[in-house]
Design a protein around this ligand. Sequence first.
Ligand SMILES: NC(=O)c1ccc[n+]([C@@H]2O[C@H](COP(=O)([O-])OP(=O)(O)OC[C@H]3O[C@@H](n4cnc5c(N)ncnc54)[C@H](O)[C@@H]3O)[C@@H](O)[C@H]2O)c1
Length: 267
Amino acid sequence: MGKLDDKVALITGGVSGLGRSTARRFIEEGASVVIADIDSQKGKSAEEELSTLGGDVVFLEIDVTDEASQARVFQETIERFAKLDVVLAAAGISSASYVSGQINERSEDPEGNFLFNKSVDDWRRVLEVNLTGVMITNQLAVKSMIELDIKGSIINIASIAGRRPLPGATDYCVSKSGVIMLTQSLSAEVCGRGIRVNAIGPGFIETPMTASIRQSEEGVDMVMSMTPMARFGVPEEIANTALFLASEESSYFSGQTLFPNGGMYVG
Ligand SMILES: NC(=O)c1ccc[n+]([C@@H]2O[C@H](COP(=O)([O-])OP(=O)(O)OC[C@H]3O[C@@H](n4cnc5c(N)ncnc54)[C@H](O)[C@@H]3O)[C@@H](O)[C@H]2O)c1
């Protein structure tokens, strides 16, 4: 018996990093999974790889900043599986110029990425993907679950950055802080109907998003100094947290953000 037998899950950002690892974990526990992502090239290979685990998995292209694109993915998911029990919003970017899988050059100037040096367009881009994108996913998830009369679980990927200021990443920190409040606020609106909304605020995890930090001595030192366990987390540790929030084991949790972060203080 799997913990997610007969469940259907939709994961945005599902072809890489935390989303992909969680998709794998959910399939191992019996779920059918839709991995939705803007990266269609990786999408097909992720679908093939995850299919070998024996579950029903399908890739759908999505741009989380585009309401129509998100609506289409929800519609196709429900047409295919006739239900939707778990929605994980994991699509995200660390900065306006971030492209998953590419190493971002770290600025020589420590103040190069400070807020007063950033353009408003860059600010908008980060907020658009990380906060408005998650909000649209949440809206569609709640509407679908109400329509289908499903007491589902919605999980948003926030970050420790939603609680701790990281100089040079103010746009990212504000977007993730917004995700934490979105989670609390939406939960207050819908958990009385049996739809639970929670978030995960990971510390620094070994995914493409932290590749440039892990390649620089200064970046690794910064993470080690912030992390009492003195190591990066691995995606499986976040996938296990998501599994807990997706399953009945967390039946009395809603509006919470869990912080798998190696013991870091987040207030
Ligand atoms: N890796 C970490 O240390 C860490 C820590 C805390 C929070 N997070 C958050 O975890 C989530 C997943 O990040 P990750 O570390 O797995 O990085 P990742 O780059 O491996 O995955 C992010 C995924 O989001 C997709 N994506 C980006 N923009 C999109 C859009 N507009 N529409 C649809 N998909 C889009 C990318 O194609 C990619 O597959 C993000 O929200 C990130 O902010 C990561």
